[in-house]
Design a protein around this ligand. Structure first.
Ligand code: BES
Ligand code: MN
Ligand code: ZN
Length: 496
């Protein structure tokens, strides 16, 4: 975990990160050092000699004279102002290349507090490194930067200070989400997941901070009629859980949201067993739960005046003699019955229980957001870096997409076409758990919609692709768990 501060003092740190942009003059470069005044002429000549281009994700390290190490991070084409996301990514790319350094100062072209916030956030997010399970090779792996300093004239400005302390909290809980996703499933069972979050609630201040935890074990789930969670979890030796964390602000809440996250700690496909190739990525099938847990904790830590009801249905989807069979009929909380035609369409079953439960509390909700690695079809449609938003309320969706443009997380609206709904009809139950294969992401969304009161604004976020980075690290995004959706949920709460 990195500490983040803001300063305009003399650089004491041994590593200095500056921005590098390409200029319109052929092959030209510009050093973008923000509030730091630097004689750049000689450095530019040297950088050109080295073949630097200033494009995004290019990070160049050179021995320094002012400092031990000078680091140039690509911003792309030179501009009078850089987008928040450009700054966030440039800071993140540099931080990723600087594991093992104790103290690093970032002086990028950020003058407004929102720009400073972006650099601070990008640097702190990029510093993440998951080495918890390295054994004999652990010493080959370097720790994240301990102290991040944002160089800025706004060091004595209250907003500047708020921006860096917010970045620290965001990075802390993004790391929590990423850690949960990266942990092996034998270690992070549904029970362990719920215990870990209980511990996190305690360290975030517990009841004093307005946080409360409730956990349903397999017995309670069964006796209270959570047939989706029980059905999906019944094939596993690691029994399911339902985890609830509520946050009540100390001042009057402007809004009350329910956040629901899919928490399949491992998805083998159950009796519809997935092929071996690529199955390992299904340890990330609890990324939605990780994101909503991180969000409620961060929102409490930031003391935002918004009430949050977080629900994480947790189960392991395993094939065994006790697993749910294709053609079994289960009863979702509240009584709707579902014919399980495909045990690999398990996410919607656990989410259905949680959606109904979330709406059964006496407090009126201003909105429900569910977050899930729900369908392979999402990845086919939008790729690995853009998540989908489906809704029963266009206004809520618009507001959320606005939040996403602030956070820098990529989301795109997708429809819930009424004509696909009939494909979910069952001969024997109220509903089947699979429908048309074509438009599979939308069919899954339509299934969930059946469990939401039409008058309650609801968003369904399918993060199947972006939740887990199986490619190369880029910007502030590491390989493995990304924590996607977490920051946009916090932004939604910040918008009040
Ligand atoms: N967890 C998967 C979806 C998934 C796929 C997430 C790839 C991340 C990457 C989900 O439970 C699943 O298996 N969905 C099935 C649904 C189908 C059986 C209707 C799918 O998408 O193939
Ligand atoms: Mn599945
Ligand atoms: Zn799944």
């Amino acid at each position: 975990m990195s500490r983040v501060k803001i300063s305009d003092g003399v650089i004491k740190d041994e590593v200095l990160v500056l921005g590098l942009a390409s200029t319109t003059t052929k092959g030209g470069l510009a050093i973008e050092s923000g509030d730091m005044v630097i004689d750049t002429k000689k450095m530019i000549t040297q950088l050109l000699d080295m073949g630097a281009t200033g494009k995004a994700d290019e990070v160049i390290k050179v021995p320094g004279s002012l400092v031990r190490l000078m680091v140039f991070t690509g911003l792309g084409p030179k501009s009078s102002t850089y987008s928040h996301e450009t700054l966030r990514r440039a800071a993140g790319s540099a931080a990723r290349e600087l594991h093992g350094n104790t103290s690093v100062t970032f002086s990028l072209p950020a003058r407004k507090t929102v720009e400073i916030a972006a650099v601070a956030e990008g640097a702190a997010l990029g510093a993440y490194n998951f080495t918890d399970f390295k054994g004999t090779t652990k010493s080959n792996h370097k720790d994240p930067i301990k102290n991040i300093t944002i160089f800025s004239k706004l060091s004595n400005n209250a907003q500047g200070k708020v921006a860096v302390s917010r970045a620290e909290i965001i990075a802390q809980y993004a790391s929590l989400a990423r850690d949960l996703i990266n942990m092996p499933p034998s270690y992070l069972t549904p029970d362990r997941f719920s215990k870990k979050i209980s511990e996190e609630v305690k360290s975030a201040g517990g009841a004093k901070s307005g946080l409360k935890v409730q956990i349903w074990d397999e017995k309670a789930l069964k006796s209270q009629g959570f047939g989706g969670i029980v059905g999906v979890g019944q094939g596993s030796a690691n029994p399911p859980r339902l985890l609830h964390v509520s946050y009540t602000p100390s001042t009057k809440a402007s809004k009350r949201y329910a956040f629901i996250g899919k928490g399949i700690t491992f998805d083998t496909g159950g009796l519809a067993l997935k092929p071996a190739a690529g199955m390992e990525a299904m340890k990330s099938d609890m990324s939605g739960a990780a994101a909503v847990c991180a969000a409620v904790l961060a929102i409490a830590k930031l003391k935002l005046p918004v009430a949050i009801e977080m629900w994480a249905p947790l189960a392991e989807n395993m094939p065994s003699d006790t697993a749910v069979r294709p053609s079994d009929i289960i009863s979702i909380f509240g009584g709707k019955t579902v014919e399980v035609l495909n045990p690999d369409a398990e996410g919607r079953l656990v989410l259905a229980d949680a959606l109904v439960k979330a709406q059964s509390t006496k407090n009126k909700l201003d909105g429900i957001v569910d977050v899930a690695t729900l369908t392979g079809a999402q990845v086919v449609a939008l790729g690995t870096r853009t998540s989908a938003v489906m809704t029963n309320n266009q206004e809520f969706s618009k507001a959320f997409l606005e939040c996403a443009s602030i956070s820098g997380e990529q989301f795109w609206p997708m429809p819930l076409p009424e004509e696909l709904r009939a494909s979910l009809d069952s001969q024997v139950a109220d509903l089947a758990n699979i429908g048309d294969r074509m438009g599979g992401m939308l069919v899954a969304g339509l299934f969930l919609k059946e469990f939401v009161a039409p008058e309650t604004p609801w968003l369904h976020l399918d993060i199947a692709g972006p939740a887990f980075n199986e490619g190369k690290a880029h910007g502030y995004t590491p390989v493995g768990g990304t924590g996607v959706a977490f920051r946009t949920l916090v932004t939604l709460a910040e918008q009040g």
